[in-house]
Design a protein around this ligand. Structure first.
Ligand code: FES
Length: 131
């Protein structure tokens, strides 16, 4: 079942500063491309199924804090695997317009399968903004 999770602080979103939204222990990464397109992904690295937390954009890419692979912030695809076996990029998440003019992530219960429970707990602990 899908749930809409509002994306707050959209005014802070630019090419260098992603927004991280946490729901059910899953970190979602919201980015804006140079042409203004807003994209959202589950911030997970499939090398070891670890959350990409802390999350930032460095030299135009999102680095995995665990072993250094990088991801394209506008497509979620692997930009540099650093010699690791990374099966997929960050899974894309749909965005919907809200009646109040804001935007919301379309989150699904199945997103929990992307991260082990231990990692979801770490995300909650580190970001302490779960709803
Ligand atoms: S978990 Fe991301 S590169 Fe290893």
């Amino acid at each position: 079942m899908a749930a809409l999770v509002p994306i707050r602080h959209l005014e802070k979103l630019d090419g260098d500063h992603p927004i991280v939204v946490v729901s059910r222990g899953i970190p979602y990464c919201v980015t804006r491309s140079r042409d203004g397109t807003i994209c959202a992904f589950i911030a997970v690295c499939t090398h070891k199924n670890r959350a990409i937390v802390p999350l930032r954009i460095k030299r135009g890419a999102i680095p995995c804090p665990h072993h250094g692979a990088t991801f394209d912030p506008t497509t979620g695809e692997v930009a540099d695997d650093r010699g690791k076996s990374i099966p997929t990029g960050m899974p894309r998440v749909a965005i919907e317009a809200m009646p109040d003019g804001g935007l919301a992530l379309v989150t699904k219960k199945s997103h929990k399968k992307t991260l082990p429970k231990k990692e979801r707990k770490r995300v909650r602990r580190e970001l302490q903004q779960d709803r």
